[in-house]
Write a protein that binds this ligand. Structure first.
Ligand code: KG4
Ligand code: ZN
Length: 391
């Protein structure tokens, strides 16, 4: 089965095309195309993501990016036959009514391409920024009409959950031998969650942040230290140069009996510390970055460790942008080893921690056989919970 996936939930516009060669439990696949266009440079000047600007940028780049992806996959061919006819055209115009720029590009280009052999279109429908999600969804629906291909809505966090389970094969990738329950620590710019995956598509939320997501805290602390957006990689770079133990920041909710988190107080503690010091030297910034990173890694690690014991996890996966953080990776692996745990811990491969469309395609691959939904039922849901991906 050939799956084309579209991801526009935040500030990356991404399209992937995979060809699956087996169904669950492995969902082996070849990667035919994997394209990601980041908007970071655009948002950098504002210090964070502006939803309406993200939306506009997705609308501007989706059609050209699709063309690049189809070319990469060897599926691009121009046709002499214009493939949008009435009454399809009316329905299609209605679908892209709210995306005039996308519509103009779509109508000028896509009907002149031979419909590629794609069996399913997977699109991120939540969680994320709703205006941004809608662009991807409307694009998927318009393609569905023109190519007569079904669309499946995919949960962004489920994509992050599955990427650490991918392993390379001779000609592509597949999901590794998965032992349930799998404990997932999902850490991104919008989410910080501990979830238990009981089987494919079945999740229980064990705990989550009560205020800021950990990635958001990295971004805000970076701003306090005068570093550009996104803050995660910048803090990590600085922290490497810092000395531990120079400052002491709180470890919020470390000893709370539950599996919830809180990162807003930690960020505020950095703010007060920076205000107390006044003008920060490079060395002070490095030491603060180091302590902040250690505080985050410690809280995330201890709670994950405890949840893994309490719920009898047989595997631990860490997904989302913050899973790229080396200190978090090292702290978690070392803690598990030092405390005698034999539960293996998996992280996403290079470039798969942060947002991408491959993770959306692989989540769709686990849904083969599911009845396609009517296009009217596919809507953006900024708060879509991973616990309800099957309902
Ligand atoms: O998953 P993601 O790409 O987008 C969302 O779904 O939010 O995560 C982005 C977040 C940003 O907050 C970014 O600062 C953080 O991941 N991040 C990192 C690192 N790389 C990205 N945080 C800590 N260390 C990193 N190396
Ligand atoms: Zn994400």
């Amino acid at each position: 089965m050939r799956i084309l996936s579209i991801e526009t939930s935040c500030d990356e516009t991404a399209i992937a095309i995979i060809e699956t060669t087996s169904d669950l439990p492995h969902c082996a696949f070849k990667i035919l195309a994997n394209q990601t266009l980041t908007q970071i440079e655009l948002h950098k000047q504002y210090g964070g993501v502006f939803p309406m600007m993200a939306k506009r940028e997705h609308a501007r780049t989706l059609v050209p990016l699709l063309k690049v992806a189809l070319k990469e996959a060897g599926l691009y061919k121009e046709t002499s036959r214009h493939v949008i006819e009435s009454p399809l055209r009316k329905e299609f115009e209605h679908m892209l009514l709210r995306e005039p720029e996308l519509y103009a590009q779509f109508i000028a280009d896509v009907p002149n391409w031979d419909p590629p052999q794609i069996d399913m279109i997977a699109v991120t429908s939540g969680p994320g920024l709703e205006p941004a999600l809608w662009v991807g969804i409307n694009f998927a629906k318009a393609l569905s009409l023109v190519w007569k291909t079904p669309v499946i809505p995919i949960n962004h966090m489920e994509g992050h959950m599955l990427t650490p389970l991918l392993e390379p094969t001779a000609d592509g990738m597949r999901l590794m031998e998965t032992l349930f329950p799998v404990l997932g620590l999902l850490v991104s710019g919008g989410h910080t969650e501990l979830v238990l995956m009981k089987t494919w598509g079945t999740y229980e939320l064990l705990g989550e942040t009560k205020d800021d997501a950990v990635g958001e805290a990295f971004d805000k602390v970076a701003r306090i230290l005068g570093l550009p957006y996104p803050g995660g990689p910048e803090i990590a770079r600085l922290a490497l140069l810092g000395t531990g133990g120079k400052y002491t920041l709180p470890r919020p909710m470390l000893h709370a009996e539950n599996f919830d988190f809180s990162f807003s107080g930690l960020k505020t503690a950095v703010l007060y510390l920076a205000k107390d010091i006044g003008v920060l030297s490079d060395e002070q910034k490095q030491d603060i970055a180091r302590e902040f990173e250690e505080a985050c890694a410690e809280v995330l690690t201890k709670k994950t460790r405890r949840a893994s014991e309490e719920y009898g996890a047989r595997m631990i996966v860490v997904g989302g942008g913050v899973s790229a953080n080396k200190r978090l990776r090292d702290t978690l692996v070392e803690t598990m080893r030092n405390e005698g745990s034999s539960v293996p811990v998996y992280f996403p491969g290079a470039t798969l921690s942060t947002d991408n469309a491959l993770m959306i395609a692989i989540a769709a691959a686990t849904r083969q056989g599911q009845k396609p939904q009517s296009l009217d039922h596919i809507i953006a849901n900024g708060n879509w919970r991973i616990t309800s991906v099957l309902t």
